[in-house]
Design a protein around this ligand. Structure first.
Ligand code: HEC
Length: 124
């Protein structure tokens, strides 16, 4: 019984260590490369707040929702700034529209952020 308890404690310690490491990683990630310009980091914060849950931090998207992979050259070339802004304002498929949540300037900032996703995807 005592032995089982100590095994349990060891397992809990390992699990705790892993979750700590994971949360440290996710906290560190948004900072890289985005801090250079104040505006970009504002847009990145909007992305993290409103878009990341479906499009993922890097723009590849959460697979089960089938959003487009914004990191590809092909997607970036096929979508104009206006089309991206329209999608953000009006929504598309299961994606909600954000025109009541975001100011036009924030939508514009997010369009710019979406454009940076390709670069981010390529450097990996
Ligand atoms: C609830 C999940 C969800 C959220 C939140 C979300 N999206 Fe989407 N988004 C999607 C899905 C799914 C698609 C694919 C829609 C389709 O083609 O039917 C999509 C498509 C898009 C497109 C491509 C539209 C097109 O014309 O093909 C853009 C650009 C986009 N999202 C940007 C954003 C931005 C920026 C945000 C944050 C402000 C955001 N999305 C928030 C799920 C989401």
């Amino acid at each position: 019984m005592k032995r089982q308890l100590s095994i349990l404690i060891v397992l809990l310690a390992i699990a705790g260590g892993i979750s700590l490491a994971v949360s440290a990683q996710t906290k560190k990630a948004p900072a890289k490369g985005k801090a250079a310009t104040g505006k970009a980091s504002g847009a990145a914060a909007l992305w993290m707040q409103h878009c990341k849950k479906c499009h993922a931090e890097d723009g590849k998207g959460i697979e089960s929702l089938e959003p487009p992979d914004m990191t590809t050259e092909k997607w970036q070339a096929a979508n104009t700034d206006k089309a991206i802004a329209d999608a953000i304002n009006e929504g598309k498929g299961i994606m909600p529209g954000f025109k009541d949540t975001l100011k036009p300037a924030q939508v514009t900032a997010l369009v710019k952020h979406v454009r940076t996703l390709k670069v981010a995807g390529e450097t990996k």
